[in-house]
Design a protein around this ligand. Structure first.
Ligand code: SAH
Length: 393
C-alpha cells in the first residue's frame, strides 16, 4: 500500500474529518489515478484511506477515516446501500431523487440521481472512475433497478484529467422520461439535459412557490432562468394567472412549453422568452412592467471562492433589477447555487441590491437544497444552494 505523507500542520482538516487533501498539503508520495493510498501525518500517524487524483489540485479524497477499514468492493457496496437507505428517511415527495451526493454521502466524486426506474450517474473523481463497475452494480443492487445511464460530462472531469463519457452503463431504455414531484409532472431528458437532466435540488423551493402563489394569490409571475419550466408549472399549479419565463436555451424552453401542456394548463397562461435575463429585466423596467412574484435561479456564477467578487456583482445586478420590477407587496424568490458564495455573502449581496433599488423587504424564508442533496457537519462545501424569499414592504 502506498502512503502519502502530509506536511506538518496539514493533518488538522483531516482530523476534523474533512475529506479533501490538496496538492499543497502533501510532503511526499504518489500513486496511480484512483488508487487507494494511506494518508499519514508528518510523523506517520494514520489519517485516512484516500483515492489518489494525480492531476487534480484536490490530490486525494478520503474514503474512510478508520484504519481497520479496507477499501474494497464490499466497502463501496455498503456505502451505496447506506446512501440509498438514507433517502427513505428524508422527506421526498417525488419519484425522482438524488441517491448519492458525493462527499456528503462518503462517496467523493460520485453523483447519482434516480428518475423513476432509471439511474443517472456522474463519476467525477479518479477514485469514483476507478471503481465505476463496482459502484454501478452496487447502486443497482441497492435500488433493485436495472438501468443506469452515465453522464460523466461535467466540467469536474477535466480537472481530474478524465475524458467525457456518456451513455448506458447498465441496461438500456428511453432517455426521455417524465418525473413526478409534488403536484406536477415534468419531462426530463437524461442524455441532453443539464447535469443529470434536471435540478432536483430545487424541488422544495418549487413547492414553496406553488403554496405561496396559492396563499398570496399571485397573478403575474416572472420566472427568470426557467430551464424546463419547473417553477413555471409550480406557479400555474398554485393558480397564477400568467407566467413569463425566460431562458437562453432554446431546447430547455421547448421542454418548458411541453411541461405546461403536460400538466393540463392552457398555453395562453405562459409566455416563454428565449433571451438574456439581464437584458430582459432592463427592458421590462423601461416598459414599466411589474410582477407579483419573481424567481431568480441563475446558473453557478462562482464555482469557487476565487470567482466570488465578479459573481457578487452579477448577482447584485439581477437582484437590483428584479427588486425594481416587484409590485408593492410582491415577493422575490432569489437563489445562488455558487459554492463560492456563502449564505452570509449572498444575504449581503441581496441587501445591497435592495438598497440600490430603494426597496426594503421582509425575509420570509431561507431556503437550501432539498434534503436528498444533504450537507454534513464536517463538509461545509456541501452547502452550495441557498435562497432567500423577500416580501417587498
Ligand atoms: N430554475 C430551474 C433551474 C435553472 S438553471 C429549475 O427549477 O429547473 C439555470 C438556467 O439559466 C439554465 O437553464 C440556463 O440555460 C439559463 N441561463 C444561463 N445564463 C442565462 C442568461 N444570461 N439569460 C437567460 N438564461 C440563462
Amino acid at each position: 500500500m502506498k502512503t502519502i505523507q502530509l506536511k506538518a500542520g496539514k493533518e488538522r482538516s483531516l482530523q476534523r474529518r474533512h475529506p479533501w487533501i490538496f496538492e499543497s498539503a502533501i510532503a511526499q508520495g504518489s500513486a496511480d489515478a484512483g488508487e487507494t493510498v494511506r494518508v499519514a501525518s508528518h510523523d506517520g500517524t494514520f489519517l485516512g484511506w484516500a483515492a489518489f487524483s494525480p492531476s487534480s489540485k484536490i490530490r486525494a479524497r478520503v474514503w474512510s477515516f478508520t484504519e481497520s477499514e479496507c477499501i474494497d468492493a464490499p466497502f463501496l457496496v455498503a456505502a451505496c446501500a447506506r446512501s440509498v437507505a438514507a433517502r427513505d428517511r428524508f422527506n421526498i415527495n417525488s419519484d425522482s431523487r438524488r441517491l448519492v451526493h458525493g462527499e456528503s454521502d462518503g462517496l467523493p466524486g460520485l453523483i447519482v440521481d434516480q428518475y423513476g426506474d432509471t439511474l443517472v450517474a456522474q463519476f467525477l473523481s479518479s477514485g469514483a472512475e476507478r471503481w465505476k463497475d463496482v459502484l454501478a452494480d452496487a447502486l443497482l443492487t441497492a435500488t433493485g433497478l436495472t438501468k443506469l445511464y452515465e453522464r460523466s460530462d461535467a466540467s469536474g472531469r477535466k480537472l481530474e484529467g478524465l475524458p467525457e463519457v456518456t451513455g448506458w452503463l447498465r441496461g438500456t431504455g428511453p432517455t426521455e422520461l417524465v418525473l413526478q414531484e409534488h403536484d406536477w409532472k415534468l419531462r426530463v431528458n437524461i442524455a441532453t439535459g443539464h447535469k443529470t437532466g434536471f435540478y432536483l435540488d430545487q424541488r422544495d423551493s418549487r413547492n414553496l412557490f406553488a403554496q405561496t402563489t396559492r396563499r398570496l394569490k399571485f397573478e403575474r409571475v416572472l420566472n427568470c432562468f426557467c430551464y424546463t419550466g419547473g417553477f413555471t408549472v409550480a406557479a400555474l399549479t398554485g393558480g397564477a394567472a400568467h407566467v413569463t419565463s425566460i431562458d437562453s436555451s432554446g431546447p430547455a424552453l421547448e421542454t418548458a412549453a411541453a411541461n405546461v401542456a403536460l400538466n393540463g394548463f392552457e398555453a395562453s397562461r405562459a409566455t416563454f422568452m428565449d433571451a438574456d435575463v439581464n437584458a430582459s429585466l432592463r427592458k421590462f423596467a423601461a416598459e414599466g412592467r411589474t410582477f407579483d412574484a419573481i424567481i431568480l435561479d441563475p446558473p453557478k456564477f462562482a464555482p469557487t471562492i476565487s470567482h466570488a467578487e465578479r459573481a457578487a456583482r452579477a448577482y447584485k445586478d439581477i437582484n437590483r433589477l428584479a427588486f425594481k420590477l416587484l409590485a408593492p407587496g410582491g415577493v422575490l424568490f432569489t437563489y445562488s447555487c455558487s459554492g463560492g458564495v456563502s449564505a452570509d455573502l449572498f444575504h449581503k449581496i441581496v441587501a445591497s441590491a435592495g438598497i440600490d433599488a430603494q426597496v426594503d423587504g421582509y425575509i420570509t424564508e431561507r431556503m437550501g437544497g432539498a434534503p436528498d442533496h444533504p450537507m454534513t457537519i464536517n463538509f461545509p462545501e456541501g452547502e452550495y444552494l441557498k435562497g432567500l424569499v423577500v416580501m417587498r414592504k
